[in-house]
Write a protein that binds this ligand. Structure first.
Ligand code: 6GU
Length: 245
């Protein structure tokens, strides 16, 4: 069975959404991954299909009920292997490429999209939900975050990226941001392409690209640059030393 994502949401019609297009969409049609979205509201048991209630202790907003979420999680987890259950929330651990690689190595994911005000803490504990954030800003719901997480995962699945898209040289794969890219025309509005790229000297092109990737990383992301230079000290961590210190 292929890598499977189950999304628990109050807006199941949002999925696959953008994930039905482009690279992820082609992989979906090719059966390299699959997705189902479960409507949390369908697990409500009362006449009004209630999924949330006012917070104990008072305050603004609503909190999603643990009994309804537990039933939804139980239904999702009953299918498709022993998948980690993730709750998308801005208070979660920040998503990075290493987490994405770990998720891709497993059978898939169960993703809970809550409303921002929150879900009852007890269901997070009881189900051992892994809390994940996609960055330090606030979305109105977890759905776009689930799409971001799934896009990052799906592109790494076997057979999804062809040689053209292959991730070996791209940002974060070796801890550097990408070098600049150019195509025709060689002169555009008086802006010339760096001559080394027209030289035909492959080793010099590779050296220039590495130096540019390092310059851009150093200028824009001192945090990534620090980690990169630390890793460079570890034997076998990279195939080359930094071209610029
Ligand atoms: Cl995972 N959810 C929401 N609602 N907002 C976010 C987020 C997640 N990550 C960053 N902001």
């Amino acid at each position: 069975m292929s890598w499977h994502a189950s999304v628990l949401t109050l807006f199941p019609e949002m999925f696959p959404g953008p994930l039905g297009q482009s690279l992820a969409g082609r992989a979906l049609r090719d059966g390299r991954w699959s997705i189902d979205s479960l409507d949390i509201r369908s697990f409500a048991t009362d006449r009004h299909r209630t999924v949330d209630d006012t917070p104990f202790g008072g305050g603004a907003g609503m909190v999603m009920r643990p009994d309804v979420l537990d039933a939804a999680l139980g239904a999702a987890l009953a299918t498709g292997g022993d998948r980690p259950a993730v709750y998308l929330t801005p208070r979660g651990r920040r998503l990075d490429q290493a987490m994405v690689r770990d998720f891709v190595a497993g059978p898939g994911l169960v993703l809970l999209c809550g409303r921002y005000e929150g879900v009852d803490e007890r269901v997070i504990e009881a189900r051992g939900l892994q809390e994940v954030s996609i960055g330090d800003y606030v979305l109105s719901g977890g759905e776009p975050a689930a799409m971001v997480l799934l896009d990052a995962c799906v592109r790494l699945l076997p057979g999804v990226m062809g040689a053209a898209e292959s991730g070996v040289e791209e940002s974060f794969s070796d801890g550097l941001l990408e070098y600049p890219h150019y195509t025709r025309p060689a002169d555009w509005q008086g802006r010339a392409v760096p001559p080394v790229l027209l030289s035909g000297h492959h080793a010099e092109v590779a050296r220039w690209r590495r130096a540019e990737a390092e310059r851009i990383t150093r200028e824009r992301r001192p945090d990534l640059w620090a980690r990169y230079t630390e890793n460079a000290a570890a034997p076998g961590a990279m195939d080359g030393r930094p071209a610029a210190a």
